[in-house]
Ligand binder design. Structure first.
Ligand SMILES: [Zn+2]
Length: 207
């Protein structure tokens, strides 16, 4: 029996890569792989591929596993919309393909529907083996896609002027305001009283 492939990667290899990268086998990454398969097939090949995902979960990891676009190189852009959809586009021509999960098709695939619609705390989790074979059975039946043209490239290619924060002294993008985001009150941490490294001084020593 020939093995399923996702973007030219054999399914069993893809599972290994997925577990190494993502930590566990994820139906979302598998569906994401099928979405990329469709989008890249329908697009003209381009050295300027960018991908935008419309959710922060699963899809960004499918993109990072199967394309040269990563969060860190800026060619993957991630929107926190909570929509299970992505678009592949050429950042030169701005044209591409958007793929999304077809809600009507879920009626025909009870396990996929159960997985997709379950609440995060539900333990009604279909076993991965059964779910993945239903995903392969459905394959493109699960997906809808259309050609799109982007308003602009989403990769931030402008060089941003930076300067030192008057409060903490660290560099930050000046467009954030007169102080860095942390010193404007958005810090997600409190500094502990004792410096770890002797070079670090606390405020009273500096003053
Ligand atoms: Zn600061």
């Amino acid at each position: 029996m020939s093995e399923h492939k996702i973007c030219d990667v054999i399914f069993s290899d893809f599972l290994v890569q997925m577990e190494e990268f993502h930590g566990y086998r994820s139906p979302g990454i598998l569906v994401g792989g099928l979405m990329l398969d469709v989008a890249l097939r329908e697009m003209k090949p381009t050295p300027y591929l960018n991908v935008v995902t419309e959710t922060v979960v699963c899809l960004p990891d499918a993109v990072q596993l199967l394309t040269p676009c990563t969060f860190g190189n800026g060619f993957l852009q991630v929107l926190d919309w909570g929509k299970f959809a992505l678009a592949c586009y050429d950042r030169d021509s701005l044209s591409g393909i958007r793929v999304w999960l077809n809600p009507d098709s879920l009626e025909n695939y009870p396990l996929i529907r159960q997985w997709f619609q379950r609440s995060p705390h539900s333990d009604q989790k279909p076993p991965f083996e059964e779910l993945s074979s239903e995903i392969f059975k459905a394959r493109e039946d699960l997906l809808d896609y259309r050609s799109v043209i982007l308003h602009k490239s989403l990769k931030d290619s402008q060089r941003v002027p930076t300067g030192r924060c008057k409060e903490c002294g660290e560099f930050y993008p000046l467009r954030q305001g007169t102080l860095c985001p942390a010193c404007q009150g958005q810090a997600y941490y409190d500094l502990k009283p004792n410096p770890i490294h002797p070079k670090q001084k606390n405020c009273s020593e500096v003053a």
